[in-house]
Design a protein around this ligand. Sequence first.
Ligand code: HEC
Length: 152
Amino acid sequence: MATVALGATTYVSFAADELAFANQIEARQSFMHVYRFNLGLLGAMAKGDAPYSAEQASAAANNLLAASKMSNGAMWPAGSDMGAEGYAGVTWAKPEIWSTYPKIGEKGAALTEALEAMAAGAGNGLDALRSNMGGVADGCKGCHEPFRAEND
Ligand code: HEC
């Protein structure tokens, strides 16, 4: 009993005192959830799981494009990678983000380019939406493969 209580206390004080980048990590993961949510709407239409709506497809595509142009460098402070002490299981950001910087910027730019095409086409019918899905998915994957560890 005493050991369990000590363990829990240690964990709580560790989390409060030493996880210095909690806000930044939470913000960038939430930012990624905005991507996932909007891409999920497009994916559901592309697969026929949701009825196609030009207006909704256009809105989701434009949200993705706007998000990809957001300046979010402040969410990625050096030292907040998964290899830093105490960060395993909190962030899946690989140290290569910083050690190969600014390479990650090229990946972001590639996604923006794919999203320009998606935003231009998503409102023009299901075929146009579908034809741009692969490019956008590759844009996400193209950055996750080098810079994000598996988290599932
Ligand atoms: C320029 C690089 C880059 C691009 C482009 C990118 N991601 Fe990510 N993504 C990351 C990194 C790095 C992480 C890990 C962040 C962390 O754990 O701190 C991540 C994490 C995530 C997560 C998990 C968040 C969590 O709570 O752990 C989701 C979901 C996600 N991305 C979705 C997407 C989708 C969808 C796209 C494309 C529309 C995308 N990402 C494009 C780099 C990128």
